[in-house]
Design a protein around this ligand. Structure first.
Ligand code: PRT
Ligand code: ZN
Length: 289
């Protein structure tokens, strides 16, 4: 589609697809449901979305077929495409880890010397082996890496792990983490040369940053005795001064504050200790910084 729109490549059908679309929708983009089409135009934004296999995204972005893309860091670094990571997006988190059969004892990294390690990410693994002066043999496999030891084609594997269930199922255990990965927004190096696209990109980044910030924050509301205000302030993280509102009972106030989502339970416990009551926690749809 040669319409001059910014072109974003995302995974067609996989673990990153729904979360990528969800992030874009939170950023205010109206996106039709994917119906097996290669490319769709966003209805209220000068951007087209191209659906691709994740392995193709870095190369397409590098070549300018797409201007930007969303892909796992593991794929980005494996492909070594000449593009840039612009933002980490906080989803698709996993570890790229070495694992061995449960029966094997491995305590030191150098015990991997001379072992055959099966992986779908030979470049990532090779970089790690070189950095650690290991001379293991890489056995490249395109899928179901975890079956390699039981088939006798490798002594160990290096694969993506999130819950660890797949390893357990195949009687393998994790031994060392090689790399931590999450979904990232990437861009090619010449996007800045096209003024129209660059402006749309800047707007998209602004909206994505707001959406990410909203996701990692919560809006907290509570009532408290006026006399407890200072103590409550000391319990709340110093992101921004809380809003204090009067109540009909003049000895009480309402306190509103934005807090980091992951600190909620600690903050709640401390707030109760200093006399807060009627505590409500709300999600934030968007947050303009
Ligand atoms: O068809 P296409 O080539 O586009 O997709 P794909 O099959 O290559 O990739 P997909 O959809 O499986 O994963 C896309 C991206 O999600 C990966 O590149 C990672 O960045 C990220 N991601 C996050 C994961 C996992 N977690 C993950 N657990 N990708 C794969 N796995 C696999 C892993 O390979 C292993 O087989 O899940 C299994 C382990 O999971 P647990 O939970 O049992 O530990
Ligand atoms: Zn893939």
């Amino acid at each position: 589609m040669l319409n001059g729109n910014l072109k974003l490549a995302i995974q067609k059908n996989g673990r990153l697809t729904q979360k990528s679309i969800q992030l874009l929708r939170t950023a205010g983009l109206e996106i039709e449901d994917y119906n097996d089409r290669l490319i769709i135009s966003v209805q209220n934004f000068d951007m087209d979305i191209i659906y691709l296999r994740d392995d193709d995204i870095p190369e397409y972005v590098k070549d300018g077929v797409a201007d930007i893309g969303i892909v796992g860091e593991n794929v980005f670094y494996e492909k070594k495409a000449d593009a840039e990571i612009i933002r980490k997006l906080g989803f698709g988190k996993c570890k790229f880890s070495l694992a061995v059969p449960e029966s094997k004892e491995v305590k030191e990294l150098n015990e991997f010397n001379g072992l055959r390690i099966a992986t779908s990410y030979p470049n990532l693994l090779n970089d790690f082996l070189k950095k650690n002066n290991l001379n293991s043999i890489i056995v490249e496999i395109s899928g179901s890496v975890e079956t390699a030891p039981s088939l006798g084609i490798a002594d160990a594997i290096c694969d993506l792990v999130s819950t660890g269930n797949t390893l357990k199922l195949h009687k393998l255990k994790k031994s060392f983490d090689v790399f931590e990965s999450e979904a990232v927004l990437i861009a090619n190096k010449f996007i800045h040369k096209d003024e129209k696209k660059n402006n749309v990109f800047e707007e998209l980044l602004f909206r994505i940053d707001s959406a990410l910030k909203a996701k990692s924050s919560k809006y907290l509301m509570m009532n408290a005795p006026k006399s407890a205000i200072e103590k409550i302030k000391s319990v709340l993280p110093a992101l921004k001064s809380p809003t204090i509102l009067p109540l009909a009972d003049e000895s009480m106030v309402a306190v509103h504050a934005v807090i980091p989502s992951d600190k909620f339970w600690d903050i709640l416990r401390n707030l109760k200790k200093v006399g807060a009551s009627d505590i409500l926690l709300l999600t934030i749809d968007n947050m303009i910084l």
